[in-house]
Ligand binder design. Sequence first.
Ligand code: AMP
Ligand code: GLY
Length: 421
Amino acid sequence: MRVLVVGSGGREHALCWALAASPLLTALFAAPGNPGIAGLATCAPIAATDIAALVAYAQANAIDLVFPGPEAPLAAGLADAMDAAGIPCCGPTAAAARLESSKAFTKTICDEAGIPTAAWERFDSAAAARDFVRRRGAPIVVKADGLAAGKGVVVAATEADALAAIDTIMTDRSLGEAGASVVIEECLVGEEISFFALCDGTNAIPLGVAQDHKRVGDGDTGPNTGGMGAYSPVAAFPPTADAAIMDRIIRPALAAMAARGTPFRGILFAGLMLTADGAKLIEFNVRFGDPECQVLLLRLKSDLLAALLAACEGELAQFDLRWHDHAAIAVVLAARGYPNAPERGSELRGLDAAAAQPGVHVFHAGTARDAAGRLVAAGGRVANVCATGPDLATARARAYAAIAAIDWPEGFYRQDIGART
Ligand code: AMP
Ligand code: GLY
């Protein structure tokens, strides 16, 4: 099989690493890829959202399967375009990708399908939103309804904080028109986890659970990021809990999407809060998480490519995956200034020495080669130092020992990934 991976982050490097191990693989391509991926795949300089160029490239290279990493190409119709060209693509159509691109759509699906989620209401007027907050009290969550690049959510501990958030988002329009209306939600309390399932439109199989660390600083401080580290398995979520999430959240969502004529194929990522009343959905994403993907794939024993093919062929009902018992961790190395203004261009040394340590894998994210061939920072999240071990403490110690072998004074990382358990 000739496979094309779309994207350029640590998630896509890990996907290429797992696909490269498949006995079914004959040739691996990535668009646009990164210098780490270039060691495993032929990289084409095509942007992940350039749908027409990706289809032309897949046709020219006789690609048998496309796997998109990020959500943007899916929301832009990559899977629809590949379907039209007769090329199997393991990702949702744009219509099915609305599970990530629209908060209100997801809440509607939850209501239709009886999926447990935070109680919510949407308001177009600041006065009505303020009244609601005064009636409900704190804690409470205020969200800009539109896309706000992760800046639109305020988890308000006090009524005053919630009222201030309404003023900032709706009256001052701090996020522009994304704040023309707000969604106000019940505040869920508990451990937050990322649950993944592989879906074929009708059937789904669990792909594991990881815990992300979204804040930039140690102790969950500072601004939200794409994710500063992850680990799996998660002690707060025993493997026996998979079945309940599949039955109460994943399969009802699949059934609702199929009933609308927009069946969901690909990776369904449920952001869950493990509350005292059971798991509740915070949000869906229509792709693997980054860096969650890295730790899940380090635990997968079965052939990833065979599973993706089965999803494209509607054959997941008969499919089963095997997992290693070991723990896996990913620590993100980020460029100073991330997430607001990461500094680019500084040289990274010692990645190979780190990767040579026992149980350690280094995945590239925002790296590039400069004119002299040096490896330099070219993004916010620059590399992932990952490790496996018989337990999380061992995996964690291995990852941090490997980081010590890396010479990159312009970078930083969280010291406490996986430490809370
Ligand atoms: P979202 O953009 O909806 O993923 O929200 C960003 C973050 O805000 C989530 O990862 C949660 O940590 C937090 N959050 C969102 N909704 C809620 C909620 N209803 N209760 C508590 N925390 C929430
Ligand atoms: N790490 C969270 C995400 O990929 O959305």
